[in-house]
Design a protein around this ligand. Sequence first.
Ligand SMILES: Cc1cc2nc3c(=O)[nH]c(=O)nc-3n(C[C@H](O)[C@H](O)[C@H](O)COP(=O)(O)OP(=O)(O)OC[C@H]3O[C@@H](n4cnc5c(N)ncnc54)[C@H](O)[C@@H]3O)c2cc1C
Length: 329
Amino acid sequence: MLPIIRSSNVTWSNWSGNVHAKPDIFHYPSTIQEVQQIVDSCRIRRKTLKVIGAGHSFSAVAKPDDEALSLYEMRGLLSVDLPAMEATFWAGTYLYEAAPLLASVGMAFENMGDIQQQTIAGAISTGTHGTGIRFASLSDQVVAWTWVDGNGQVRHHRRRDDDLSKALSVSLGLLGVLVKVTIRTVPLYSLTVKNERKPFQQAKEEWSTELLEQRHLEWFYFPGSDTVQVKTMNETPLTKQHWRSKSMDFVKEGIIETVGFKVMSEMVRLKPRLAKKMTHIAASAIPNGTKSGYYHEILPTPRLVRFTECEYGIPLARFQPCMEEMHKF
Ligand SMILES: Cc1cc2nc3c(=O)[nH]c(=O)nc-3n(C[C@H](O)[C@H](O)[C@H](O)COP(=O)(O)OP(=O)(O)OC[C@H]3O[C@@H](n4cnc5c(N)ncnc54)[C@H](O)[C@@H]3O)c2cc1C
């Protein structure tokens, strides 16, 4: 009998609500030995085991079949090596917990994606990435992994130029249960974000230069309208986000996004022919402006309206022709 089983027969669903499962057992281990016992037990009983992070994948990649395992009880900062600028975390730590923990010792992730609700293990297992031409995915910041493999053995690997490091960088949970990860960090930094509404042609002409000059460049394109929201982010002297700017975010993202965009999405769902009109309204509602703060206050955005998305990679050189072609329709 495994003492670590906390619940069974629970319904699980991912964040966007498009994937559901009813695993027989949900395991919540709190030590590496407990993870080993669970893996062993599943192997002996011929049951499949899926590790679940924060369930923020849009696909069924985290969907459990027989049994599920969460590292919810294995979170937190384990150690820091200040001279090497490395930090070791329990793999179940959420990014929104990890970034402030790093900040408390003057360290930072060199980059983050659009949200910080993922677990470190989930984010690095799927190649989660942020923006910025100088940066690779979050998994590129990992310098060492500790995991329990399918035989219940504890394995450790320090990054080098080998196949195992590459496989661990986007493992989709296939290599076993990651329990600890060591991250290469940079000194704590702040960013200033600038949001601008631009006509499509202007945004397109400025794109190649901005891409190289800005630390981060994001485009939010509104199909059928002539507006692009161009978001740039660059380093600024170390500063915390002001409480007034945080309150504004709350109003803007809490009220405008939750109420406004949710209502518009639901209207379009009911009457699809309203799509073009609603897109125009959304495009004209984009606020121009700037704000500054620690990187982890600026890079991630609260996403309050649930959605399902997919992502395509296109060669950099094909970006402008591809956008032009889409813009014609
Ligand atoms: C609103 C929103 C915004 C997003 N923004 C971005 C973005 O900006 N950039 C981007 O690249 N992606 C983005 N994503 C996608 C998201 O980062 C990935 O899907 C990520 O994997 C989610 O992490 P998670 O902790 O929820 O993992 P889950 O979705 O729960 O799991 C993902 C995979 O990791 C495996 N896994 C989890 N924990 C472990 C472990 N301890 N050991 C071994 N395997 C494990 C699971 O088995 C599964 O295969 C976004 C998703 C949402 C919902």
